[in-house]
Design a protein around this ligand. Structure first.
Ligand SMILES: Nc1ncnc2c1ncn2[C@@H]1O[C@H](COP(=O)(O)OP(=O)(O)OP(=O)(O)O)[C@@H](O)[C@H]1O
Ligand SMILES: O=C(O)[C@H](O)COP(=O)(O)O
Length: 399
């Protein structure tokens, strides 16, 4: 007989686990299985305690209806390989296949339900529609474990509403992620340096507001750079730019100067005349950040900036990094991301890499996970936590 923290005796009971199995795919090939591996310990602990484990998760952003391109089939198969045990796969989420798959589980066995976002109720803004879908999910189980840290910032049926309908507990992954982020927000050892990049510029600008009062230095790279350069009065050619956020960046630069927080922007940029795609060969050149040609777009921070960013990270005792410094998927534009990753491996203190793409970047560039203090499975979720926002999927577990 076995038990699970927060749920008590679970042998023979059906336990629904919300995991974040949203991994990058190339066709049906998983290019980085980090999130699946991170989900294994909780699933294994439940199975070993004799629960009948029913995993629910999303993949990508399908539009509330089945779409084979987003099937969790390959993910279920990979989970079975990692668990070294058969994993049953239901071809729907709450329909006949799900019900019979769950009924067929013996104690200690695991099933994965098809992509929960194939159902419009999952992401509906309408409480009743979401609730009705959560009722169907809850009917498949006797208890619920919330372990998908990457989605706890989403008020969605499988994250939020289902927890209101079943005895519930926080999974080990969510607990571990929150513990690390709590250290970052409550008692960061100084100097505390934050590195921000990536392409979801407006998603990430909010965090700067909160960090200006907390971090000692902010290093800005990736697609974020160009809105800041514009705010400094430079032209950015055809680079990623969120024009309506320029005044916000002006304000951040002003507040940083006032409060003595250093915002470090790149001094040089790797540009090309086209965004890399297909067979077209990249033709990168390095230009001063203040002189980006009108016909070019910035795709990485330049070598001087990479060295300056690495230098600014030296001696830091706490580092949080979210978002690649450039289009790291293409080797010609991976230099900045590689330099920052390298600098993080030398941190004597706590280094946290947050975000699906950032975590995938360090792994695909060949760094050992153990070289970093913590690799978070959550991008948006960890940023919202750092912004001081309430995470619905965590709050609901406390109610
Ligand atoms: N200068 C740039 N121009 C355009 N895209 C860029 C630039 N620099 C980086 N990127 C792209 O940003 C993407 C990652 O950004 P994103 O904000 O999604 O990161 P993340 O927070 O780690 O991921 P997630 O939000 O999925 O957890 C990469 O695919 C990279 O190619
Ligand atoms: O990739 C992520 O950040 C999580 O899986 C959440 O996905 P979402 O942004 O589509 O909700």
């Amino acid at each position: 007989m076995g038990s699970y923290p927060g749920l008590g005796e679970i042998a023979g009971r059906r336990v629904l686990v919300r995991s974040d199995l949203n991994v990058p795919l190339d066709g049906s090939t998983i290019t980085d299985d980090g999130r699946i591996r991170a989900s294994v310990p909780t699933i294994r602990a439940l199975a070993q305690a004799g629960a009948r484990v029913v995993v629910t998760a999303h993949l990508g952003r399908p539009k509330g209806a089945p779409d084979p391109a987003y099937s969790l089939g390959p993910v279920a198969q990979r989970l079975g390989e990692l668990l070294e045990a058969p994993v049953a796969f239901a071809t729907d989420t709450v329909g006949d296949s799900a019900r019979s798959t769950v009924e067929g589980l013996a104690d200690g066995q695991v099933a994965v339900l098809e992509n929960v976002r194939f159902n419009a109720g999952e992401t509906s803004k309408d409480d009743a529609e979401r609730g009705a879908f959560a009722d169907e999910l809850a009917a498949l189980a006797d208890a619920f474990v919330s372990d998908g840290f990457g989605v706890v910032h989403r008020k969605q049926a499988s994250v939020y509403d289902v927890a209101q309908r079943l005895p519930h507990a926080m999974g080990a992954l969510v607990a571990a992620e929150i513990e690390v982020l709590r250290r970052l927000t409550e008692t960061p050892e100084r100097p505390y340096v934050v590195v921000l990049g990536g392409s979801k510029v407006s998603d990430k600008l909010g965090v700067i507001d909160n960090l200006l009062g907390k971090a000692d230095k902010l290093l800005i790279g990736g697609g974020m750079v160009f809105t800041f350069l514009k705010a400094q009065g430079h032209e950015v050619g055809r680079s990623l730019l969120e024009e309506d956020q320029v005044p916000t960046c002006v304000e951040y630069l002003r507040r940083a100067a006032e409060s003595g927080v250093e915002i470090l922007l790149p001094s040089d940029i790797v540009v090309d005349t086209e965004f890399p795609s297909g067979d077209a060969r990249p033709d990168p050149i390095v230009v001063p950040a203040s002189n980006i040609p009108a016909s070019s777009l910035g795709l990485d921070i330049g070598p001087d900036s990479a060295a300056a960013f690495a230098g600014a990270l030296e001696g830091a005792r706490t580092v949080f990094w979210n978002g690649p410094m450039g289009v790291f998927e293409v080797p010609e534009f991976a230099g900045g991301t590689r330099a920052v990753a390298e600098a993080l491996t030398k941190i004597d203190g706590l280094s946290v890499v947050g975000g699906g793409d950032s975590a995938a970047a360090v792994r695909t560039l060949g760094f050992e996970e153990s070289a970093f203090g913590h690799i978070s499975t959550g991008g948006g979720a960890s940023l919202e936590y750092l912004e001081g926002k309430e995470l619905p999927g965590v709050k609901v577990l406390e109610d």
